[in-house]
Design a protein around this ligand. Structure first.
Ligand code: ZN
Ligand code: ZN
Ligand code: ZN
Length: 488
């Protein structure tokens, strides 16, 4: 197989080297200081150590169970396969609509998918591609998804028309008003793909990345078609491409903002860097938040799947590179901006995707549907009996996994700085009040001022060898006190 040739990588070699050079300790300090001050957070700090790299340290004492940090994501994306199960805000990932809409929409989409799975390739709209996941993907999530659909035989469908009544609000479930959700606000660009919990989330998403990625009516038809192809390709292969597209769009939009303010802030930047096409120092500044996260190229760092023989490793990595190249060409047709050309190189694209591969970046939001059914279950008779006359058929229609969390991938600037330990002093944990996609880190025991804050990237109760094997995927060998003690 011929390796894919990316012209931009050779044409913009110098700019790409500049973008990929690691931030200096000073730039690092400055960047995180800005985050801390904008969030009014004085409890923790990020320090850089030449040997250990970045780490998060306590600036005050924390008690057990105390909140250590709340981290707003820089970019995030709900997994494609999860979009059937959960209807969430495209920006903050809060559940939206109502309990009835969550349930009705899921049953409706499951039905649609069951009917369409026979002629999967027909139709190129993104809606049909979302419901066609029986493609040739060996993705781990994809297979869990297949398992859950396998249990559909035990489901008992609702009488005709009930799903529609649930979706349009004409059929109210008992006590659902206790679990009210924000009303869904559709994207004003008219794409019909993005929905929000509020106008402010809609605007924030539009400004941060969606204005470039929206496939609504107002977009240029040629670009719109390319973008739809890009989304379909990502849904069928790897939905991390959608996240990479958000990273590139948000960098372009930050660049434009910086450029608009440029005359006013001219002194800050080196005038000698201004070329005819673009200003590399402005692009560097726009890229800064991302430069804090990436480490390696995707095709170099991705763990070799178990079913691939090590003698096929080189061709496996080449195929991954090829796949990224295919995706990038579609994205380029959709949103290319000459001034930000280096961002469209395969080299940069590979590093962005690698960033999501190598960081601990799960996005999870618990479902209110689960809370609702638990509430009904905890009621006492005769009210419970009365309510269950209505809710039991709904539960039977939904089947065993009646409620699913919102799941996705996101980049959290502070959480990604937390180092691993097999005897961590903190953990990612959602409290009852945490209903959106922010990362919450809670102290597992008391932490003293000056101590490093650590979380476990793997199940810390696994035996030594298994822990080390899982951690090898993150590219390091753990030397925490527990590992030193247990090392044979
Ligand atoms: Zn929101
Ligand atoms: Zn839109
Ligand atoms: Zn360890």
């Amino acid at each position: 197989m011929e390796p894919p040739i990316c012209c931009i990588t050779s044409r913009c070699a110098n700019e790409i080297t500049t973008l990929l050079s690691p931030p200096s300790p000073h730039q690092l300090q400055e960047y995180y200081q800005k985050i801390f001050s904008s969030r009014h957070c004085n409890d923790i700090t990020v320090k850089h150590d030449d040997q250990l790299g970045k780490g998060v340290y306590a600036v005050k004492d924390f008690k057990e169970d105390q909140l250590v940090l709340k981290d707003q994501m820089l970019v995030g994306n709900q997994h494609s396969f999860n979009k059937i199960d959960c209807f969430v805000c495209s920006f903050c990932f809060r559940f939206i609509g109502s309990i009835e809409i969550q349930i009705g929409r899921r049953l409706y989409l499951e039905e649609l998918r069951a009917n369409k799975s026979h002629d999967c390739d027909v139709g190129s709209s993104s809606k049909s591609s979302k419901n066609c996941h029986e493609m040739d993907s060996s993705d781990e999530e994809e297979s869990t998804w297949k398992c859950s659909s396998g249990s559909s035989k035990t489901k008992v469908p609702l009488p005709e028309g009930v799903v529609e009544l649930l979706m349009n609000g004409q059929f109210r479930l008992p006590y659902s008003e206790k679990f009210s959700l924000p009303q869904a606000v559709p994207c004003h660009g008219g794409c019909g793909e993005a929905y929000y919990c509020s106008m402010s989330c809609a605007e924030a998403d539009w400004e941060s990345s969606h204005s470039l990625l929206c496939t609504g009516e107002s977009s240029d038809p040629r670009r719109k078609e390319a973008l739809l192809k890009f989304v379909k390709h990502a849904n069928e292969t790897n939905d991390i491409f959608l996240l990479a597209a958000k990273v590139i769009s948000s960098t372009i939009l930050r660049y434009r903002k910086l450029k608009a303010n440029y005359p006013a802030e001219k002194e800050k930047y080196d005038a000698s860097c201004v070329s005819d096409h673009y200003n590399i120092s402005l692009l560097m500044e726009a890229w800064r938040p991302i430069s804090m996260g990436y480490k390696k190229r995707w095709w170099d760092c991705i763990a070799l799947p178990d079913d691939i023989d090590s003698s096929d490793e080189a061709s496996f990595r080449m195929q991954i590179k090829e796949l990224a190249f295919e995706s990038l060409q579609l994205l380029k047709e959709g949103i290319f901006v000459q001034e930000c050309e280096p961002l469209f190189s395969l080299e940069i694209y590979g590093h962005i995707i690698g960033m999501f591969e190598l960081n601990n970046l799960d996005l999870v939001v618990a479902s209110p549907v689960e809370d609702y059914f638990l509430y009904i279950n905890d009621m006492s008779d005769p009210d419970k009996e009365e309510a269950e006359k209505i809710t039991q058929p709904i539960l039977d229609a939904l089947g065993e996994d009646y409620s699913t969390c919102c799941e996705g991938t996101a980049f959290f600037p502070l959480q990604s700085c937390l180092n691993h330990s097999c005897c961590p002093n903190a953990k990612a944990f959602k409290r009852d009040e945490d209903r959106d996609g922010q990362a919450i880190i809670i102290a597992l025991r008391s932490i003293s001022k000056g101590e490093e804050i650590t979380i476990s990237y793997v199940d810390e109760d696994l035996p030594f060898e298994e822990r080390q094997a899982s951690l090898a995927d993150y590219g390091f060998r753990c030397r925490c006190p527990k590992c030193i003690e247990e090392e044979p």
